[in-house]
Ligand binder design. Sequence first.
Ligand code: LMG
Ligand code: NDP
Ligand code: PMR
Length: 400
Amino acid sequence: MALQASSILPSTLSIHKEGKSSFSLKENGFLGVCLNNHKSDFNPTVLRAKIQFDQKNTAVGPIRAQTAATTPSVTPATPQGKKTLRKGSVVITGASSGLGLATAKALAETGKWHVIMACRDFLKAERAAKSVGMNKENYTIMHLDLASLDSVRQFVDNFRRSGRPLDVLVCNAAVYLPTAKEPTFTAEGFELSVGTNHLGHFLLSRLLLEDLQQSDYPSKRLIIVGSITGNTNTLAGNVPPKANLGDLRGLAGGLNGLNTSAMIDGGEFDGAKAYKDSKVCNMLTMQEYHRRFHEETGITFASLYPGCIATTGLFREHIPLFRLLFPPFQKYITKGFVSEEESGKRLAQVVSEPSLTKSGVYWSWNKDSASFENQLSQEASDAEKAKKVWELSEKLVGLA
Ligand code: LMG
Ligand code: NDP
Ligand code: PMR
């Protein structure tokens, strides 16, 4: 194992074999290893931009007729006089399979959370919730198709009408189209992977920021699932095709593949690259949220790499040979494999652990499944790029 690992790592990289160090080969497989010593230039205090709530759709603006949060977050009177926290209310996109479902299950079974499963396939979600034994009183399924901005807006309306507070939002859903020869598109004509994974979540989270702010829950969080494969400071992020947003000319052009490229960097369509680029957008967006809104709102913004969950539906479009070999490859060779259940526990920690309230963090876990703050690649922590992605995305989803 060690031989294989070292043979594919650059000679400049030194790895501690055993260890106390958080970057030992064993602890991270060779998954979390940084391939350079890039120090993040991320300084929330210096870089924090002026709060600028959107005029049309977010924070400021007319107070909604129906108010969401009515339950006080702390109910003081128990017989013992102990203060008890009310049930938290968490929206998880793509909770009908894989990581989202496992997270929904982990949170629901604590009895401390009501999970709103925001899914494009209602029946599938219902069957999935039942199949993992979730108790009806701990979840609600609501329709959301991230590949349609109308659907995103409809979801927000429906959610508000439900009268539930929003304490945590988890942007988890994603599509991965590694074998597609030609791009496919969302309802608004954006390339499907970036359109779903990034733009759909961008609009959803921007609209729901107001609801998060109105929540009286003690720890409000917005979590956007990232990935190692978007980070080129890791081995996994160096498997071609590599993520690269370039100068964002394709994104600026609307990713429609007509008068402009379907790829963010303006290049030829490549489904695997489009997915990895979308993950870079997810991680940049989380940091931009942190810079713009953390200080003002107290909301915790976080991203994470939950581990390689090689058995999920994410690989449904890949060739059968890949689907067969990928799990044992990750289990026995890279050692980056995690079960769906374990990954769900990890994301559930980011949702609810009192120790994970730091904002602006990209969480990862070591071989003992202990969380640590990981470092993002240069591109995925580029504040200038984050700002540009934010501004271009605002235009594309109709917020600017
Ligand atoms: C692109 O190709 C496609 O073009 C694109 O369409 C999309 O699919 C994209 O990321 C997805 O991939 C990338 C291509 C180039 O990668 C491959 O073709 C790799 C195929 C291998 C798939 C990995 C999973 C299966 C591994 C099988 C292992 C079997 C063992 C299991 C049982 C163990 C029991 C004990 O990728 C590259 O060029 C890779 C270059 C990166 C680094 C160097 C590669 C050396 C790899 C050595 C590591 C370990 C050995 C594993 C064996 C690999 C066999 C192919
Ligand atoms: P799955 O395919 O199992 O889950 C993805 C979920 O997203 C499904 O519930 C799917 O719905 C939903 N979804 C897809 N398109 C839409 C849409 N248009 N509208 C609403 N929901 C949609 O994959 P994973 O659980 O593996 O992926 C979850 C997250 O984890 C993703 O963000 C992925 O990038 C990330 N991740 C995964 C890793 C892995 O190794 N698997 C590693 C690192 C990160 P449906 O059930 O209807 O298809
Ligand atoms: Mg990768 C060093 C360890 C490591 C880890 C943690 C992953 C995670 N991968 C690693 C290594 C390698 N992978 C190596 C050495 C290869 C070449 C053989 C390799 C190949 C590979 C392919 C072809 N890996 C892949 C693919 C995919 O199609 C997956 C992908 O890129 O989807 C975008 C994938 C993944 N590897 C991972 C993880 C987590 C994925 C799933 C992608 C994601 O969810 O972001």
